[in-house]
Write a protein of this length. Structure first.
Length: 255
């Protein structure tokens, strides 16, 4: 599958006349709790030729592709778009440059982006993203006696990311096991989550799981704490000129 993905990325480079700076896995595979039938959520950042940037009107700044069998879900952002999102501390971008599963990378691009991202990290923006995700995912399960295990993990991960922001005062890691390791969770909760992670690796995404009162209580109580604390967080203080410099360094101007 990895070679199939790389071949498709190389084809996109040729067909779209782009240079891929980073192509990674996101979603459950990058988070560390995929199901056997999880698709591959491939996300990339790319740069166009210099002439594309020197024009009166801006061109299309994203690409997308879905394979016929539904296994490959690929979307990409042009670098200027990605850096504009970084200036806003966009969580999807912050996760993208953290991914542990890398298919293609131009030099040390991911590390360079992570260094820039630390300057633009906004606790209030990232908290808003994860808190909204936690509420939405939790609404799908909190009143049900059985629910998709996938929905529980989405709610748990987003809730734990919010808790990380409050406890650690820095951007949450994308890998779920690293996220949990940095939190002060009760031993019984950690054990349950570890057990469910192993279970999820054996079940399809449609698998229905019986309600776990301890985990539902944990999410409920944590979201109450987060709601009370989230408005005291601060925005980022990054200087966008550093992003301009970085963008220009990645564009190849022909002589």
């Amino acid at each position: 599958m990895k070679q199939r993905i790389i071949d498709k990325l190389k084809q996109l480079e040729h067909d779209q006349q782009i240079r891929i700076l980073l192509a990674v896995e996101t979603g459950s595979r990058a988070w560390g709790f995929p199901s056997p039938d999880s698709d591959f959520d491939i996300r990339l950042i790319y740069v166009k030729e210099a002439d594309w940037y020197i024009r009166l009107t801006e061109g299309k700044d994203n690409i997308s592709y879905m394979s016929e069998d539904g296994e490959l879900d690929l979307t990409g952002w042009e670098l200027r778009k990605a850096l504009r999102l970084m200036a806003k501390s966009n969580t999807a971008l912050l996760e993208r440059v953290q991914s542990p599963i890398v298919y293609l990378e131009d030099g040390d691009f991911a590390q360079e982006m992570r260094s820039l991202a630390s300057d633009f990290y906004s606790p209030v923006a990232v908290m808003h993203h994860y808190y909204s995700m936690a509420l939405k995912s939790f609404d799908d399960i909190k009143y049900k006696e059985t629910y998709r295990l996938k929905s529980l993990f989405y709610a748990l991960r987003a809730t734990c990311a919010c808790l990380w922001i409050l406890e650690q005062d820095r951007n949450p890691p994308i890998v779920y096991s690293e996220l949990l390791a940095g939190l002060k969770l009760a031993p019984n909760l950690s054990e349950k989550i570890a057990s469910l992670t192993m279970l999820k690796a054996t079940k399809s995404e449609s698998y229905m799981h019986p309600k776990d009162e301890d985990l539902v209580t944990f999410i409920t109580e944590t979201l109450i704490i987060i709601k009370q604390a989230k408005n005291d967080l601060q925005p980022s203080k990054g200087n966008t000129e550093s992003l301009n410099v970085f963008l220009r360094s990645k564009i190849v101007f022909k002589k």
